[in-house]
Write a protein that binds this ligand. Structure first.
Ligand SMILES: [Mn+2]
Length: 238
């Protein structure tokens, strides 16, 4: 049986912050190695708005990766309210258009960290623009220890897709985010929560497989993390 082709959106790296032929599309290796481990074929997706239709036809599933930037609050009807918000307009625009087209084909989508936040916005949700501005938390969601170690615990809600995948109500996860999902619009199910109330995962059962996690499971911090990628790969088989 053919292994499913899983696209992973890339980040951009502008050398000296100026557009030039030295620019790069980049992606951390473990996004790719976990897909290989889970039985899929990883492929890194460069941004080209001209190829969105072709990408959505060729790919069997999509990972929206994270990055050190934020979705422009314009997309959820707000203006920027924190100087900690950094945007990447061309990346966000491409990821929104690609994800919508993949969802139109009802192909599986997994949003990771900032990718989960983008997925939430596509599904009609809003984001907390900077957690410390809005929530008094005992948890530092930008953990200081390495990302291959846990940052905090989360509670997975029963009767969710995520629970079906991990079969546990408590997970120790890493945490590298200063924004978070803010609300629960129609069609969005919050499937995981931290002890301070910050939402740590979303899903939408309007689609075959539409899942977002606030942590970075590609670091395989706990035994359940690989199951998320196996579920994505499995759902991407036709
Ligand atoms: Mn967190």
């Amino acid at each position: 049986m053919k292994k499913p082709l899983i696209g992973i959106t890339s980040d951009d790296y502008l050398k000296n912050n100026t557009p030039s032929y030295n620019n790069n599309f980049i992606l951390r290796q473990n996004y790719c190695s976990v897909i290989e481990l889970a039985g899929g074929i990883p492929v890194i997706i460069p941004y080209s708005n001209n190829l969105i239709k072709e990408y959505s036809i060729s790919l069997d599933g999509l990972i929206i990766s994270g990055g050190n930037f934020d979705v422009d609050p314009f997309y959820f009807g707000e203006s920027i309210n924190s100087d900690k918000v950094k945007t990447k307009p061309s990346r966000t625009n491409f990821e929104i258009e690609l994800t919508k087209e993949i969802l139109n084909h009802d192909k599986p989508v997994l949003g990771i960290c900032g990718g989960q936040q983008l997925l939430h916005v596509i599904l009609g949700g809003k984001l907390i623009q900077h957690i410390p501005d809005e929530i008094n938390s005992e948890i530092n969601h930008e953990q200081l220890n390495p990302r291959n170690e846990p940052g905090h615990e989360i509670t997975v809600k029963r009767e969710t897709r995520l629970y079906d995948i991990v079969k546990k109500t408590k997970l120790n996860v890493n945490s590298a985010h200063h924004q978070a999902v803010k609300n629960q619009p129609e069609n969005v199910i919050i499937n995981a929560v931290a002890s301070d109330g910050i939402y740590e995962g979303i899903e939408c059962n309007k689609y075959k497989f539409c899942l977002g996690v606030q942590w970075h499971p590609e670091y395989l911090v706990n035994d359940s993390d690989i199951k998320i990628f196996m579920a994505l790969v499995d759902a991407s088989k036709n």
